[in-house]
Design a protein around this ligand. Structure first.
Ligand code: ZN
Length: 159
């Protein structure tokens, strides 16, 4: 088994003898975005655009998640502002409990399906067992903060 086959295989953790990337469970590329829960995107843009000088280049509603998202880019990384579009939105619940603030961190990965399998084998609790479609057409999946030291973590891949 060579390295390339290995990283795509489902039991990567068990192939240490063959794989140069031994020990790697998730093949991370970069921080794709940081998700920030806000009460109101227009209000928040006054800070992110007006004070920090970033540019919002897209606003998108993800009906399934009951959120409106605004994207700003800073280097390779994006800031994703998340506003609830309904009272039973996960973002509404988050803000109710904890107020506005950092909601999740998203890592771009190579091979999201194999990453999920590897994480599961390693007893990381998955919120999404299979990738689903997120904003900007990315395949995304969330990991439970219980097994990531309190940080709601998203892994995503552009296909
Ligand atoms: Zn996200």
């Amino acid at each position: 088994m060579d390295e390339n086959n290995c990283i795509k295989s489902f039991r990567h953790v068990f192939c240490k003898t063959y794989c140069k990337k031994q020990g790697i469970i998730v093949d991370l590329k970069n921080i794709e975005h940081i998700g920030i829960a806000v009460n109101n995107i227009d209000e928040s843009l006054k800070y992110y655009e007006g004070v920090l000088g970033l540019k919002c280049y897209a606003i998108e509603e993800v009906a399934e998640q009951k959120v409106k998202t605004a994207f700003l880019k800073i280097g390779e990384t994006k800031i994703e502002l998340l506003e609830a579009t309904s009272d039973d939105s996960p973002i509404a619940k988050f803000i109710e409990k904890r107020g506005q603030g950092i909601h999740h961190i998203a890592f771009a990965v190579n091979g999201i399906e194999s990453a999920l399998s590897e994480l599961k084998v390693n007893e990381i609790q998955l919120i999404d067992e299979k990738p689903r479609k997120g904003a900007e057409g990315l395949d995304i999946a969330f990991l439970h903060p219980k097994s990531t030291g309190g940080v709601l973590t998203e892994i995503c891949e552009k296909k």
